[in-house]
Design a protein around this ligand. Structure first.
Ligand SMILES: *Cc1c(COP(=O)(O)O)cnc(C)c1O
Length: 416
């Protein structure tokens, strides 16, 4: 019995088993054949409070009785109004124009189009985009263009637009990054610089300091280059604060949010811009409006889920849970960090990452799939990035499950 499903980032020819999941609860997913699997990566970085959170599920149920989906070009509904107002209330000023879409990739496409539109509409057509080395911003053509090039996008390379890549701020060599950014900005044709603040996710959980983030933002500001923060992974407490940018006192010109926006329950994204960017599109001339939409823009059920997530943030001690998880992650991680099979142990907030030392590295090396299979066999959902193993669990994970994750990593690394 073969399934007609073509899975993402999956080589069907290797015939690796594909677990069939029937339900999920908190930090675990359950398979049809009765296994309880600990979700150590929040189902690819989306689940924040836990799977099937009662408040979010109940808000979704309630919304399905009222309104499902509505054309959003020139129409509106209360769940979207409430969500936009609450986002503006909790986000730093002057981020106050909320544009809806449905995935992290589209939120990045929207950000890039906003930046280009801003310059064109002001009669100062800049179109060069600056990016940080090793970045990941999504899998559509535009978001791939601003991300790292490699085996993931080699087939599409001829279609990707040219960008200027600024070297990653490796500890000790930060000045090279700042110099390269200063040089690129000073050329005068850069529209925007897009960054993942403080930690590059898909690039291998690479961490850099808030001081560098602040300096990069300052350089862009001096040269009028728009600063786009892609917080699709880093927001909603993952790094210890609501936004990673907060730790550097940075307010971007454009902010991308998705993954944890609905608590990880439904697809939804927002791109939030400052008045300067909105105003550049504000006119009585329709030709200057922002030309972007997708059919499900501002889906009412997804907005209701996001409103429930924001209510949880407003009414429950979420940041306390996050700092508690960060401390528990750190305590568990300590037991492992000295293992000779582990290099570059690192932590940012609730995220812990380490490199498994092996003869060959890189995404396609046999190590990653071997580790993944070993973890799955132990009922732990972990999906290493090449030889980088990271633990990014939902905030509700208990001590027992967390310890089990680290015991399993220890055993698997020990065996190598
Ligand atoms: C996951 C991710 C994206 C893409 O989001 P999708 O919803 O998968 O399209 C973009 N940027 C960052 C930083 C991400 O981690």
């Amino acid at each position: 019995m073969t399934s007609p499903i073509w899975h993402p980032f999956h080589q069907h020819g290797l015939k690796e088993p594909i677990p069939l999941v029937s339900h999920a609860d908190g930090a675990a997913v359950y398979t049809n054949d009765g296994r309880r699997i600990i979700d150590a990566i929040s189902s690819w970085w989306v689940t924040t409070h836990g799977h099937c959170h009662p408040r979010i599920m109940s808000a979704v149920r309630e919304q399905t009785e009222k309104l499902d989906q509505l054309i959003f070009a020139g129409w509106t509904h209360q769940p979207a109004e409430d969500l936009a107002a609450e986002l503006v209330r909790i986000l730093p000023r002057p981020l106050n124009h909320v544009f809806f879409s449905d995935s992290g990739s589209t939120s990045v496409e929207v950000a890039l189009k906003m930046a280009l539109g801003y310059f064109v509409n002001r009669g100062d057509a800049r179109h060069r985009i600056l990016v940080l080395e090793h970045s990941y911003h999504g899998d559509t053509i535009g978001s791939m263009s601003v991300g790292a090039r490699g085996v993931f996008n080699r087939a599409y390379a001829p279609l990707l637009f040219d960008v200027e890549t600024i070297p990653f701020p490796v500890t000790g060599s930060e000045q090279a990054t700042l110099d390269a950014l200063e040089y690129a900005c000073a050329l005068g044709d850069a529209a925007a610089f897009i960054v993942e603040p403080l930690i590059l996710g898909a690039g291998g959980m690479l961490v850099y300091s808030p001081a560098v983030l602040a300096e990069m933002r300052a350089i862009c500001e001096v040269h009028g280059v728009l600063f786009i923060a892609d917080e699709v992974m880093t927001a909603w407490g993952r790094t210890g604060t609501l936004l990673a940018c907060e730790q550097a006192n940075v307010v971007p010109d454009i902010l991308c949010l998705s993954k944890g926006l609905t608590g990880g329950s439904l697809p939804l994204a927002v791109t939030i811009a400052t008045p300067a960017i909105f105003d550049a599109h504000y006119s009585t001339d329709r030709a200057l409006q922002f030309f972007h939409s997708s059919s499900y823009t501002g889906n009412a059920i997804a907005c209701a889920a996001a409103n429930a997530n924001l209510a949880i943030w407003r009414e429950e001690p979420v940041l306390v849970r996050i700092s508690d998880l960060a401390a528990r992650q750190s305590a568990n991680f300590k037991k492992l960090a000295d293992h000779p099979g582990i290099a570059n142990p690192r932590q940012l907030g609730t995220i812990v990452a380490m490199d498994i030392t092996a003869k060959e590295a890189g995404y396609l090396s046999e190590l990653g799939p071997h580790l993944k299979a070993a973890f799955t066999a132990s009922d732990i959902l972990l999906r290493p990035l090449g030889n980088t193993v990271y633990v990014m669990p939902p905030y509700c994970i208990d001590d027992h499950d967390l310890a089990l994750i680290y015991d399993t990593i220890f055993a698997v690394v020990d065996e190598l």
